[in-house]
Design a protein. Sequence first.
Length: 452
Amino acid sequence: MPNILLVDDIQLFLVLEKSLLEDLDYDLATAMSGEEVLERIDTIKPDLILLDLYMGGLDGDEVCRRLRGMDRWATLPIIMVTAAGRREEIERCLMAGCDDYVTKPVSKGELIEKVQRLLGEVKSRRAPRETVGLPVYLESEGWSGTVWARDISSNGIYIECVTDVPVGTLVKITIDLPGVPARLIGKVARTVSAEETGFGVYVVHQAPAVGVVDSGLKGASSKSEHHATDIRDERLKRLQGENERLTTETEQILQQVRDLEEENLDFANQIVRTEEINNNLTNLYIASSRLHSVLDREQVAEIIKEITINFVGAEKFALLLYNKGSDTLDFMMGEGFAPDEFPPSIMIGQNEIFKQTAQELESFFVEDSVVQGSDDPYQPLAAIPLVMHGDLIGILTIYRLLVQKDKFEAIDFHLFSMMAEHAATALFSSGLYEKSERKRETYRGMMDLLLK
């Protein structure tokens, strides 16, 4: 039974990762620091490590680098977990020697596929290959130049090249697709015999997104098909009646095939969206159980912070508590702001976004692009009211997202709303508990004075 070591300095996220893998036949161990990994790895003897990049003490890439320097663990499969999945972060992880990465919030399907692949449990190719003939620009350590791509998929590419590139080498590949160049980062996964020069690359990261790359590949492939069709047309001009009829019938059949492929693609996208929704609901369930397990308001705020970063995927945000007496929103905690950058209090009546959110108790979301984010405390991308029994408890404001997207989607609205309900309940309960504790301390002090 494979043994997987989960490493993260946030206990809540370790619980989530265990829940994503617990239905599979694995032994799961945990560690909460890089130092603990290096101290216990010979005892745990993992077959794979899921390693957080940013931790207190040793970061994940440094842990990976040190393990790669040990003979016993030099080839241990390592999946790095990053919060943003930015290109520079992925290059940092790969340069340290990791085999793959996933981003927070972690997708269950993606995680399981990568774990099974690295453990050798995937016996056949899962991503369909597109046969192409495209010049691509390849960069590796000590060599760069234009080579030829023979076939490509969403997670792999075969390169025809006479240069010897060893297995495990980090490579960067640029493909000039129609409309936008695709930039891939991957590792050489296999080489072939001398009779067939070249090597296969496992693609770890694509920019732009895989959907855009796939569309571009189809466009490039379509150009090749059109060129071949032009040549056939030259020959078909010399044919008459029967050939024309056969050509028409063939085109009709091809159109039917394309229609079926498009229907299959739509169905596959629906499955992916459903899986994403289920994944978010699972994350929220685990997070909310942790949120309701404490009654200290500062601890509640810290858990809300963890949820907003790791599950909502926000990089810059603030939690504002409503002060009914002064009709203000008071800053409680936040992330991504410099010290004293966020005002301690905001008058609700002086800001249209906060005023509308507080009065209507409905979430505000920017309808335009959210890629650039916002650095203005008064102009959030999203403002989500925290409401309990119809009363405003506070507002969670989002200013920048870790995973860049063009616009907010329906799934974001549901996730934010559900998270806000749990956050409001936890803040309300902790507030009541603190008030009761203060009253009890006052009563106890009075009794002590009377009994003296």
